[in-house]
Design a protein around this ligand. Structure first.
Ligand SMILES: C[S@@+](CC[C@H](N)C(=O)[O-])C[C@H]1O[C@@H](n2cnc3c(N)ncnc32)[C@H](O)[C@@H]1O
Length: 434
């Protein structure tokens, strides 16, 4: 057996023992996220590739499976996400179960009027006013202020990561309440919230109905929080969770030894709209900020007419894919869809370059979900392999896992183009040794 065959065999053995990245509904009980993988999977990767003192990066941190598993195992980690609604979600996973339960108990024990007491600050331009009437916006501001007050009180150490974590849990309560409140604006597409056409169609909420929703969310969060006496491991190490753009912000954060991540899906879901409740909970966003996020987030469905794809992309497979999309016989293939995929792949190329620069030597682990354009399967796995191999990394090993359909695969119109909507997740592991 040659050394490379031996290394391949050992890698395959690792895969046989590795837990699946696939989520079960139980694993995500605290916060239902469409795009996550499991902390068990991250932990198995750390066993294999996380040497002592390793720094780990997740450039698309989402709900923070990577940062929470690294924190629990004592690894130094940095999670980056462009969506300000996801930063508190990632912090929430680090909240102590006893504090989360106490937060929920206090919420349940607080009367409706006190819970939603208007903090009296003028709202400025409030993105919530797009969906809710004035009284509801004031009640939401009141609830946010109560939640922040309770979290600060519980964490006892102002400005500490402990406070950020319990504040994150409080934001998740608010996001889940808002998801429930926005239900009248949801259609058959679970990732879409329509906007009221005029002020009179905005949602009205009083403190009593908000209180009922808070109690429901707090009860289920309390049940999912884990044993209150559960102790943090003595190795626990707080991560850095950063609001940033993988296309241009990673250089300053490095160097890293290991990347564990899952690129944004390439499935024409408007992820800014899909996370409207999280963005409303975050509260700092204006309408313009929201529209700008819709354009900047990878996989954005709002395309720029000037989006062009550089044919000099360094991947034959990607060039062929873009040619096939441009020449597809269906309406808008050569216009809108070419712009959409150009934008996605331009961002992917920039991000892969940034990631590779941030890891002088070590491993990159990507969980990649397959995607389609009409009947055509987009070989994202193959494209990522070619793009990453251009940066000096080589594919060490890979494995396929069947995946449950996510909101990304929920559009019933797929039946017009193909028989099956089977979703597959590939785990790709690359290495670079100078
Ligand atoms: C597939 S999800 C990651 C899921 C994550 N592994 C988890 O366990 O929750 C992709 C994430 O990438 C983020 N994202 C999209 N474009 C980005 C960009 N340009 N820079 C950084 N993050 C971005 C999205 O907001 C989303 O949270």
């Amino acid at each position: 057996m040659t050394p490379s065959e031996d290394s391949f065999r050992r890698a395959q053995q690792v895969f046989l023992r590795m837990r699946t990245p696939k989520q079960s509904s139980k694993q995500t009980a605290k916060y239902q996220y469409y795009a996550g993988y499991t902390t068990g999977f991250v932990s198995d990767i750390l066993d294999q590739y996380g040497h002592s003192g390793a720094r780990i990066l997740d450039p698309w941190n989402g709900s923070g499976a990577t940062t929470s598993a690294c924190a629990a195992r004592g690894f130094q980690s940095v999670g980056v996400d462009i969506n300000p609604g996801m930063v508190p979600v990632a912090w929430s996973r680090l909240a102590r179960p006893d504090l989360t339960k106490e937060l929920c108990r206090r919420l349940i024990g607080t009367a409706a009027t006190e819970l939603c007491l208007d903090p009296g600050v003028t709202a400025g331009e409030d993105f919530a006013a797009t969906f809710f009437d004035e009284a509801a916006c004031a009640a939401i501001r009141g609830l946010r202020s109560t939640l922040i007050g309770y979290s600060r009180d519980l964490a006892s150490d102002p400005g500490s990561p402990e406070e950020l974590a319990i504040c994150g849990a409080a934001f998740v309560v608010l996001a889940e309440v808002l998801r429930e409140a926005l239900r009248p604006l949801r259609g058959t597409n679970p990732s879409w919230f329509s906007r009221p056409k005029n002020e009179s169609q905005r949602i009205c909420l009083d403190a009593g109905s908000i209180k009922a929703m808070v109690d429901g969310v707090a009860r289920s969060m309390c049940n999912a929080a884990g044993e209150p006496q559960a102790q943090r491991s003595p190795d626990h190490r707080w991560p850095e969770i950063v609001l940033g753009d993988s296309c241009n912000d990673l250089g300053e954060l490095g160097p890293f030894d290991l990347v564990i991540s899952s690129p944004p899906y390439c499935t024409r879901i408007d992820y800014a709209v899909a996370t409207t409740p999280e963005l409303l909970a975050f509260g700092e966003l204006t309408k313009q900020g929201f529209e700008s996020l819709r354009r900047r987030i990878m996989g954005a469905v709002v395309t720029d007419v000037n989006s062009v794809f550089s044919d000099d992309c360094g991947s034959n497979l990607l060039q062929k894919t873009m040619d096939a999309i441009r020449q597809h016989h269906t309406k808008a293939a050569s216009t809108y869809y070419t712009r959409y995929f150009s934008r996605y792949f331009n961002d992917l190329i920039l991000s892969v370059g940034q990631i590779a620069n941030a890891v002088p030597k070590g491993h990159l682990v990507f969980v990649v979900q397959n995607s389609y354009f009409k009947e055509m399967e987009i070989d994202l796995r193959g494209i990522i392999i070619e793009l990453v191999e251009n940066t000096g990394f080589s594919l060490h090993t890979s494995r396929k896992y069947p995946s449950r359909p996510t909101i990304a695969g929920s559009n019933p119109r797929f039946k017009l183009y193909r028989d099956s909507n089977v979703r597959v997740e590939d785990v790709l592991i690359f290495s670079k040794h100078p």
